[in-house]
Design a protein around this ligand. Structure first.
Ligand SMILES: O=P(O)(O)OC[C@H]1O[C@H](OP(=O)(O)OP(=O)(O)O)[C@H](O)[C@@H]1O
Ligand SMILES: O=c1cc[nH]c(=O)[nH]1
Ligand SMILES: [Mg+2]
Length: 212
């Protein structure tokens, strides 16, 4: 399914702030959660609703609720944790499935080191969150393992995506829609997104190196 770049003014504004080289850990963290929430709003736009009746202040009233779908949010550790509270602020009852994937900084290959999935994951909508989609290796590995566990409806939310990563995910998993706040220009020779955000995990956890 085609990747969706959400060009909402609030998102454009917040991503702009996140690109500053001198941004503080506090501000980067806050903005990652806020953009995570805004992407969640878009990524859940088509969830089916069902009507039911309640007793309102003026008598019986028809209201709506999300029909049937149970949701699991899947942060790709560690940087994905930086968007988790933003997503849960809109879907507070969602179960969280933690997936640990680390990218080898030399080979850029993704290595999965943790898989702690929610129960009945095969009947849940899975919302994967990770700030960065670079080569796409981490995202493809995560979608692979969710599909192996039986997930059928998988969506991915990333703050910034490189065209290379989008292509890799679309080729490996054409049924998965990517929601992103920005499609950036390219990857550099170290596999970092240009203009990008630098190392999102380091910025969220305060382990940022000077030149990252
Ligand atoms: O698309 P890819 O080329 O796989 O790169 C993107 C991945 O790299 C970063 O994580 P990293 O491996 O640095 O781990 P971290 O979250 O612990 O910082 C980022 O958060 C993505 O998970
Ligand atoms: O640009 C990038 C690429 C991978 N991981 C990051 O944190 N940033
Ligand atoms: Mg990192």
């Amino acid at each position: 399914m085609p990747t969706r770049e959400i060009r909402h003014p609030l998102i454009r504004h917040k991503i702009g702030l996140m690109r500053r080289a001198d941004i503080s850990t506090k501000n980067f963290r806050e903005l990652a959660q806020e953009v995570g929430a805004l992407l969640t709003y878009e990524a859940t736009n088509d969830l089916p609703l069902e009507s039911y009746e309640i007793e309102g202040w003026a008598g019986a009233v028809q209201v709506e609720k999300i029909a049937g779908k149970k949701i699991t949010v899947v942060p790709i550790l560690r940087a994905g944790i930086g968007m988790l509270d933003g997503v849960l602020s809109l879907i507070p009852g969602a179960k969280v499935s933690a997936v640990g994937v680390a990218r080898n900084e030399e080979t850029l290959e993704a290595h999965t080191y943790l898989e702690k999935l929610a129960p009945e994951i095969d009947s849940r909508l899975a919302l994967i969150i990770d700030p960065m989609l670079a080569t796409g290796g981490s995202m493809v590995a995560t979608i692979d393992l969710l599909k192996k566990a039986g997930c059928k409806d998988i969506r991915a939310m990333v703050l910034v995506a490189a065209p290379e990563g989008i292509k890799a995910v679309e080729q490996a998993h054409p049924d998965v829609t990517i929601f992103t706040a920005s499609i950036d220009q390219r990857l550099n020779e170290h596999g970092y997104i240009i203009p990008g955000l630098g190392d999102a995990g380091d910025k969220i956890f305060g382990t940022k190196q000077k030149d990252a």
